[in-house]
Design a protein around this ligand. Structure first.
Ligand SMILES: [Zn+2]
Length: 358
């Protein structure tokens, strides 16, 4: 799916005959800014069995410089610096370029802060962090009705859903875009105080929103909703299920949101029982993945099933099966549509289980 989506962006850019020399230069320049970390992750990704390999959207390597978020003079200085770069987010989409005739690898497009300010789009910048000598901010440009016609973006790239290109990008680039998207979304949903209903304003370079009602003055911090995601296995088989929301033919791991008053282990056990009626008797944590689609962190587990009979919960799932390791290995080798997308921790949980036995 990701490959198809990337191809369509590629075609789109070609069809419009964008003057991509400008965009390409910008993208290459931008990519170089975070190349050092990109090299590390690219190397890791060639060895999918390595447990320490970061999941897609994680491992960006950006220094979040939390101690500088209240330093107004430093923030102002950075916003005026020629090397400072902006990550624009338009209605939860990120600015991407794919080079026609090249490797078709999607690349982040960053915009100089000085140009963004000149275009009047630098209100409420959100400090993301710093790498080498470059400081990165995210900016919400959703108020622009048609960004593809805006002079700041028209020749640079296309606003794109990160999920359609995330697995094809370098680790640091996809991580940077996920981070920007998640924070911008949080701001968009916290314009008003949840305590008293008055308007909130952004503070600490976009990492706090404070209520403007003096009698309230509540502060609100960015939130990430925890969700567990688990590969259920027994002997040489694992359980994958299908939601009606999935693309045709795809099966994936079970997942569910953590509820208040519940440990992660309890959520895994409850969700598996609720969704397929299978009892879990052992589990271990695998890894986590930022999942800003729109506001989650996925906490991945491998869970051992004590029972195998499946009782499907029809409101969430339309099908579930036990799949043998050999069948899934064959599906992987054939590039079948059975397995979930390459950017997902679901795919990672499955792949690592496939590779955990001879
Ligand atoms: Zn309030």
């Amino acid at each position: 799916m990701a490959t198809t989506a990337a191809a369509s962006i590629f075609s789109h850019a070609q069809a419009r005959r964008l003057p991509l020399c400008h965009a390409t230069t910008a993208a290459t320049d931008n990519a170089n800014l975070i190349e050092a970390v990109a090299m590390t992750n690219a190397t890791d990704r060639r060895h999918p069995a390595q447990a320490h390999r970061p999941n897609v959207y994680a491992g960006g390597g950006l220094d979040r410089i939390g101690d500088l978020r209240r330093d107004h003079a430093w923030i102002t200085e950075q916003l005026g610096a020629t090397q400072t770069r902006i990550v624009p987010v338009w209605r939860s989409q990120n600015l991407i370029v794919t080079e026609p005739g090249g490797s078709a690898t999607p690349s982040v497009v960053l915009v100089p802060a000085t140009e963004t300010a000149a275009a009047g789009l630098l209100a409420e910048p959100i400090l993301l962090g710093r790498h080498d000598d470059t400081t990165y901010f995210a900016v919400d440009v959703s108020a622009i009705p048609q960004p593809e016609q805006h002079p700041l973006f028209a020749e640079r790239g296309v606003f794109t859903d990160l999920r359609s290109v995330g697995s094809l990008m370098s680790g640091p680039q996809s991580s940077l875009l996920a981070y920007a998207r998640g924070l911008v979304f949080w701001h968009s949903r916290h314009r008003f105080c949840g305590v008293c209903g008055h308007a909130t304003i952004t503070e600490e370079a976009g990492h706090v929103r404070t209520c403007t009602n003096p009698a309230c003055n509540a502060q609100h911090w960015p939130r990430t909703d925890p969700a567990v995601i688990m590969l259920v296995h027994r002997d040489d088989r694992c359980l994958l299920a299908r939601s009606p929301r999935f693309r045709p033919g795809m099966f994936s791991t079970l997942a569910g949101f953590v509820e208040p008053g519940e440990s992660l282990e309890e959520t895994v056990i409850r969700e598996v029982m609720e969704e397929v009626g299978v009892r879990i008797d052992a589990l271990h944590y695998h890894s986590s993945q930022p999942w800003p689609f729109p506001a989650s962190i996925m906490l991945g587990f491998h869970a051992h099933a004590a029972t195998t009979a499946i009782t499907l919960q029809p409101t969430e799932l339309e099908d579930a099966h036990w799949f043998s390791r050999d069948a899934l290995r064959a599906a992987r080798d054939e590039g079948s549509d059975l397995l979930p997308g390459g950017d997902s921790i679901a795919r990672r949980l499955i792949e690592d289980w496939l590779d955990s036995a001879p």
